[in-house]
Ligand binder design. Structure first.
Ligand code: AMP
Ligand code: ZN
Length: 113
């Protein structure tokens, strides 16, 4: 989708520090990390928000979560990690292209603020 920064990262029009890629998914380091390890895992297909998912996207979203496991294995992350979807205005979503945050390397509190 034109104008979407994450679609531009998928197309290589904006540089990113890519740490995982397959035919449907790409993952790269967050520009403004909130933890020692902060990676964004996104579908290459442009989907703006969770509420815009179609039934046919369900396996893609499963693969997105499975990619988080593969990345955590690859980076040898110990002691757990946090996976976050910020969704919509109240969810704190700033980039309107679905992305899964993988945060690790420190302890997180709950409930989040
Ligand atoms: P969210 O608030 O869930 O929409 O998160 C968007 C995330 O994208 C933020 O953590 C930003 O730091 C990150 N971000 C924005 N632009 C880029 C970029 N060009 N490369 C890497 N991360 C980015
Ligand atoms: Zn997009």
């Amino acid at each position: 989708m034109s104008g979407c920064i994450f679609c531009k990262i998928v197309k290589g029009e904006i540089k990113s520090d890519i740490i995982f890629e397959n035919d449907k998914i790409i993952a790269f380091k967050d520009l403004n990390p909130q933890a020692p390890i902060h990676i964004l895992i996104i579908p290459k297909k442009h989907i703006s928000r969770i509420e815009n998912l179609e039934k046919e996207d369900s396996s893609l979203m499963g693969n997105l979560i499975f990619s988080a496991k593969e990345i955590a294995d690859k980076l040898d992350i110990k002691n757990g990690y946090r996976l976050v979807f910020n969704n919509g205005a109240n969810g704190g979503q700033e980039v309107e292209h679905i992305h899964l945050h993988l945060l690790a390397g420190r302890k997180f509190t709950w409930p989040a603020g």
